[in-house]
Design a protein around this ligand. Structure first.
Ligand code: ACO
Length: 452
């Protein structure tokens, strides 16, 4: 099939959030630490009625409803998550309750920190392009509930699910042959302690891993890009225009977004490396060219001057991808797709056609990939964008919660973790219409859900 990619997207977030300014006060840190220092505005969190399964159920049922897709037309369903609720049974299997008698559906869950959604996406794209494909569509859901123990990492939590409908002749096409990965055995963030839902995290190491992965992935993507276009039309550009670096071919760069400040630094890191790889393409940019022989270290990225020198490019390429991540927090596997949705909502549709989007996906531990998407104009693009118009309204319709209630909710989640039977007590009225929610967990750990 041609033009395999994303036909439609749906995002679901909890109906409650906490303001990062309130949290700064509550935690007794200096004013601006979370909002300026980390670059975050609001953080979504789940009540005891919501969990990763309920978020996935809501995301899939809304996407199927809004796109008027029949469940019998889904041949593959995969979930990417690092919030498992069962060490054996997949969340995918829990979503099969939506499928009535349509049981011929391939796929299970993928797990590796924030990377599982990308792994699920790649698998489903591969299925669509393979001999196993039977002509039906694929569904991928990336979902997580990100919470940290009290301390410096807590404000970098979040929660949400993104569901994606995949198929041929899509408006968002994953570029073929253009992809690179960097995988290594690291212990920067992991969940080896089965007695808690919180990760063990070494924040500084995780940041170093993120930058190392970004450089290595981009370096390899760039090589593949140059080879592909050198092979096909003897130039290093797809459109035969004046020399551009590989990075300069993108109209947007979406990064996995644990928090805004990291994305801001990652953009700088990538740009400065690109200047060093392709200095001739930056001859008119004196602010950047001065870094051509600099030693680019992680510490250097905290210097305001360096960040400032990339401001103009950042505003154009990556700032438009940050609205959702800043307002929701880290959705782990879904975070990168929140960035993609932000970009799609940031421009009038007539400016979208032909745009090329870079995607950098990172999961601690570590798995990472750099890939790209090209936007195809047409009716299907209009439908895809139309279906996202409710997202800004939904974000504004959420309820702001006090920091005390936020803390209590997290403490109660800690106490309820791994407990059975369990009866949630929070009010279902607070959930968004049509939400799925947890009714109870019985004494044998079976989980029960209903739809509002
Ligand atoms: N006003 C403005 N800026 C401030 C203020 C203030 N009042 N106070 C501090 N800052 C700045 C700091 O200077 C620092 O800026 P810099 O990064 O440019 O140097 C920034 O705020 C953060 O301050 P730190 O003291 O470094 O923060 P802390 O060590 O408490 O925590 C961390 C940050 C490590 C990111 C922590 O939140 C964490 O561990 N998060 C989880 C791990 C994570 O998200 N890793 C990313 C990749 S892995 C993943 O996706 C899970």
């Amino acid at each position: 099939p041609d033009h395999v990619g994303i036909l439609a997207l749906e995002i679901v977030v909890p109906s409650t959030y906490v303001n990062q300014t309130d949290l700064e006060l509550h935690d007794g840190v200096s004013k601006g630490k979370y909002t300026i220092g980390l670059g975050q505005e609001r953080m979504a969190f789940c009540s005891d009625r919501e969990d990763v399964v309920s978020l996935c159920l809501t995301a899939v049922s809304l996407l199927m409803h809004r796109t008027k897709t029949s469940y019998s037309n889904i041949g593959r369903l995969e979930v990417g998550t690092e919030t498992p609720v069962d060490k054996s049974k997949s969340i995918k299997s829990m979503l099969m309750r939506l499928f009535d008698n349509c049981n011929n559906v391939e796929g299970v869950d993928s797990t590796n920190a924030c990377y599982g959604g990308t792994a699920a996406l790649f698998n489903s794209i591969a299925w669509l392009e393979s001999s196993a494909w039977d002509g039906r569509l694929a569904l991928v859901v990336a979902a997580d509930v990100a919470t940290y123990a009290r301390g410096g990492a807590r404000p970098t939590g979040g929660a949400g699910a993104v569901a994606m409908l995949l198929g041929p002749n899509a408006p968002l096409v994953l570029d073929r042959e253009l992809r690179a990965s960097h995988m290594a055995d690291t212990y920067d963030f992991y969940k080896g302690d089965m007695g808690t839902n919180y990760p063990t995290v070494d924040g500084k190491v995780s940041i170093r891993c993120y930058f190392e992965a970004l450089y290595n992935c981009y370096y390899l993507y760039r090589k593949r890009f140059l080879k592909k276009f050198a092979d096909t039309d003897n130039t290093n550009t797809p459109n035969n225009t004046s020399p551009k670096s590989v990075l300069q071919h993108f109209d947007a760069i979406v990064f996995h977004s644990p928090y805004g400040k990291l994305v801001r630094k990652a953009f700088t890191w990538l740009t400065l490396h690109d200047v060093q790889l392709d200095a001739k393409c930056y001859e008119d940019e004196s602010d950047l060219l001065k870094y051509v022989n600099s030693d680019i270290s992680v510490n250097m990225l905290s210097e305001l001057g360096v960040i400032k020198d990339t401001d103009k490019l950042f505003k154009k390429l990556t700032a438009p991808t940050q609205k959702l991540p800043k307002n929701i927090g880290n959705m782990y596997t879904a975070s990168i797709f929140g960035g993609l949705i932000s970009y799609l909502l940031s421009k009038p549709i007539n400016e979208m056609a032909g745009k090329r989007i870079a995607m950098f996906s990172f999961g601690s531990g570590m798995c990472s990939s750099f890939y790209s998407i090209t936007i195809r104009p047409g009716e299907k693009l209009e439908t895809l964008i139309d279906l996202l118009q409710h997202v800004p309204v939904m974000l504004e319709n959420r309820q702001s919660t006090s920091t005390v209630e936020f803390e209590n909710t997290l403490t109660n989640r800690e106490l309820a973790y791994n407990k059975a039977p369990f009866e949630p007590t929070s009010n279902v009225d607070n959930l968004f219409p049509d939400s799925w929610y947890l009714t109870h967990i019985d004494s044998t750990f079976k989980r029960y859900y209903a739809q509002k």
